[in-house]
Design a protein around this ligand. Structure first.
Ligand SMILES: *[C@@H]1O[C@H](CO)[C@@H](O)[C@H](O)[C@H]1NC(C)=O
Ligand SMILES: *[C@@H]1O[C@H](CO)[C@@H](O)[C@H](O)[C@H]1NC(C)=O
Ligand SMILES: *[C@@H]1O[C@H](CO)[C@@H](O)[C@H](O)[C@H]1NC(C)=O
Ligand SMILES: *[C@@H]1O[C@H](CO)[C@@H](O)[C@H](O)[C@H]1NC(C)=O
Ligand SMILES: *[C@@H]1O[C@H](CO)[C@@H](O)[C@H](O)[C@H]1NC(C)=O
Ligand SMILES: *[C@@H]1O[C@H](CO)[C@@H](O)[C@H](O)[C@H]1NC(C)=O
Ligand SMILES: *[C@@H]1O[C@H](CO)[C@@H](O)[C@H](O)[C@H]1NC(C)=O
Ligand SMILES: *[C@@H]1O[C@H](CO)[C@@H](O)[C@H](O)[C@H]1NC(C)=O
Ligand SMILES: *[C@@H]1O[C@H](CO)[C@@H](O)[C@H](O)[C@H]1NC(C)=O
Ligand SMILES: *[C@@H]1O[C@H](CO)[C@@H](O)[C@H](O)[C@H]1NC(C)=O
Ligand SMILES: *[C@@H]1O[C@H](CO)[C@@H](O)[C@H](O)[C@H]1NC(C)=O
Length: 492
């Protein structure tokens, strides 16, 4: 996903932008001047090319936007980097979190100990949840709350009806056991700009069900920016401003766990990401794992994360350092991914990054991400540009409906999930898509794909129409806690 040459995406978007043009941000209405015009964008744009002093400059002028910038000279393949090994689990941590929730005091104490060798060793972990909502672990005590349900000890098993990430079923499911939809380059939603990857803004993405944001972040002038390859090409604002949107959304949606996959395009120090997270007010929400790396079966449930208030999970592809910044998790010791920038609709479910990951570790230790964003190759010389390389990659917007599609048919996300599940025994944890609102047989079909993988039913009216999931009854937090605790006891 560290796109080798996102300036190519910009060009792509010249074609893609047609769908944005009439967009009322109401999804289905947007679209879709003929697919062919998207990929042969040159017909509707004029293009100029300069080459002097070893600097290659492309500028695109069309009816929507102008993009000028440097052309990267080499493509990133992902093999240039030294990857951490997932086999050394090596950090000792003690977490103590004290939360105050609406008149009640909740103390969550977790202690984990692991030794400094390269195996998963016996781990002691004690989690005590006390005084949640003033209710002891005796379930019958719930009658002391003003709840209409009359409870006897035999019928006192509360059923949680409160959704976690949209579904009550998820509250007791591990974070690592859920398929989530990821918007590729989430922030690149600049109206009428050829370099956008998404048609709908982040608020809509989240309200519709996207639960992981992703994108290139660049370090320039001591600030992090959402830029396409270079900030000269497309600058979608500061990363901090994007995080502020996430923070507001988390505030308004207290039972949601959100993730962010940072593409550290400039390989800048992980410490440089801290101020933006802090200034956006996200620090209280960040999730800090108990293990480094944390293996798939060691993740908490969404319910546990919500109760602890740790609802923002950060991953970063390169140069994370969990000793220095424990809440920015190293992607490739937690999540492997299928080949990035795919151009072939067969979407093989093989390990693309990290290279050299053993099949065993891929299967047992890590979560995995499917790059379901199709690209197409175009030959620049056909539109009068000679870059010295014969072809470039752009997102295949002509096929985006199919790519995001529901069915187990060639090229569709539904087929990817079926294929991946067959290969790995479980569906992908993350489905990365461009223009998430497009699809077949309905807008937002990718959410139906994820729901099917999760054995739930997506019922929202996608896309761009959903209200914030917000208003929740006062006291629901208590209800959730009680339900989770009781479930936990029953599980013992
Ligand atoms: C992968 O393994 C091969 C052979 O073991 C090695 O030459 C190569 O450097 C490794 N690549 C990475 C990225 O670690
Ligand atoms: C608790 O409820 C009060 C209103 O009854 C509200 O003002 C306050 O923000 C709530 N606190 C929390 C932590 O939800
Ligand atoms: C649960 O509550 C009932 C009634 O309040 C009480 O009789 C019982 O001893 C309690 N059980 C436990 C395990 O605390
Ligand atoms: C329970 O709540 C209802 C509605 O909020 C209220 O009318 C009723 O008086 C409450 N009962 C008690 C015992 O507090
Ligand atoms: C994942 O969730 C499903 C559905 O709740 C459950 O049946 C399964 O046991 C879970 N797997 C793991 C490894 O937790
Ligand atoms: C960084 O500073 C330089 C010099 O002032 C300016 O030209 C450039 O636009 C700045 N970059 C960003 C992303 O603001
Ligand atoms: C990670 O951070 C720690 C603490 O700041 C530092 O000692 C260590 O050298 C860093 N590791 C790398 C690989 O930069
Ligand atoms: C796509 O991948 C399949 C399976 O690997 C292969 O048979 C096919 O030739 C590829 N198509 C193109 C256009 O490369
Ligand atoms: C998934 O697709 C690949 C080809 O892309 C194929 O080799 C593999 O057998 C498929 N797996 C399943 C379970 O269908
Ligand atoms: C893509 O799907 C949308 C509905 O999601 C539909 O309105 C549009 O016509 C489709 N476009 C193409 C090119 O099939
Ligand atoms: C899927 O959900 C249905 C109820 O909606 C349930 O009966 C079934 O056991 C679930 N399957 C799995 C594998 O969790």
């Amino acid at each position: 996903m560290l796109s080798s040459a996102p300036w190519l995406l910009c060009l792509a978007a010249v074609g893609a932008i047609a769908q944005d043009d009439s967009s009322s941000s109401g999804s289905t209405s947007s679209d879709s001047t003929s697919s062919s015009s998207r990929t042969s964008s040159s017909s509707s744009s004029s293009t100029s090319y300069e080459n002097g002093d070893g600097q290659t400059t492309l500028s695109f002028t069309n009816s929507w936007s102008t993009i000028t910038g440097e052309v990267p000279t080499s493509a990133f393949t992902g093999s240039e980097f030294t990857y951490l090994s997932p086999t050394g689990q090596s950090t000792v941590q003690t977490l103590t979190t004290t939360l105050t929730t609406n008149g009640t005091v909740e103390t969550v104490t977790s202690t984990s100990t692991s030794t400094q060798n390269s195996q998963i060793t016996a781990t002691t972990k004690s989690v005590s949840l006390t005084e949640i909502g003033g209710i002891s672990s005796n379930a019958t005590a719930s009658s002391t709350r003003n709840q209409t349900a009359s409870s006897t000890s035999s019928s006192a098993r509360p059923t949680n009806t409160l959704p976690c990430n949209g579904f009550p079923e998820f509250c007791n499911r591990k974070y690592s056991n859920i398929t989530q939809v990821v918007s590729h380059n989430s922030a690149f939603v600049v109206k009428n700009n050829a370099a956008s990857n998404q048609a709908l803004p982040i608020q809509d993405q989240l309200n519709d069900g996207v639960r992981m944001l992703q994108g290139e972040v660049h370090w320039e002038n001591n600030t992090l920016w959402n830029c396409h390859t270079s900030c000269d090409l497309l600058n979608a604002g500061t990363w901090e401003s994007e995080l502020s949107v996430a923070k507001d959304w988390l505030d308004a949606n207290p039972y949601e766990v959100l993730s962010f996959l940072i593409v550290n395009s400039d390989f800048t120090n992980v410490e440089n990401f801290v101020p933006a997270i802090t200034n956006a007010g996200l620090l209280p929400y960040v999730y800090e794992p108990q293990y480094v790396p944390q293996y798939r079966d060691q993740w908490p449930t969404l319910g546990e994360m919500i109760l602890k208030g740790q609802r923002m999970v950060f991953f970063m592809d390169y140069d994370a350092n969990q000793t220095s910044v424990p809440y920015i998790l190293d992607q490739y010791t937690h999540i492997w991914e299928t080949p990035f920038s795919p151009t072939n609709q067969s979407f093989p479910c093989t390990v693309g990054r990290p290279p050299n990951l053993s099949q065993e570790d891929a299967r047992d230790k890590l979560m995995y991400l499917a790059n379901q964003n199709l690209n197409t190759r175009i030959d620049l010389s056909s539109i009068g540009i000679d870059t010295g390389s014969t072809e470039i990659l752009i997102p295949n917007t002509a096929e985006v409906n199919v790519t995001n599609g529901l069915y187990d048919q060639f090229g569709q996300a539904g087929a990817t999930v079926v294929n991946c599940t067959g290969d790995w025994g479980r569906p992908p944890n993350f489905l990365v898509v461009d223009y998430y609102n497009f699809g077949v047989p309905m807008a937002g079909s990718i959410f139906h794909v994820a729901a099917a993988a999760n054995n739930v039913t997506y019922t929202l009216d996608c896309c761009g129409k959903a209200q914030s999931a917000a208003p929740v009854l006062q006291g629901s937090f208590v209800g959730l806690a009680v339900a989770l605790i009781v479930t936990a006891f029953l599980a013992w």
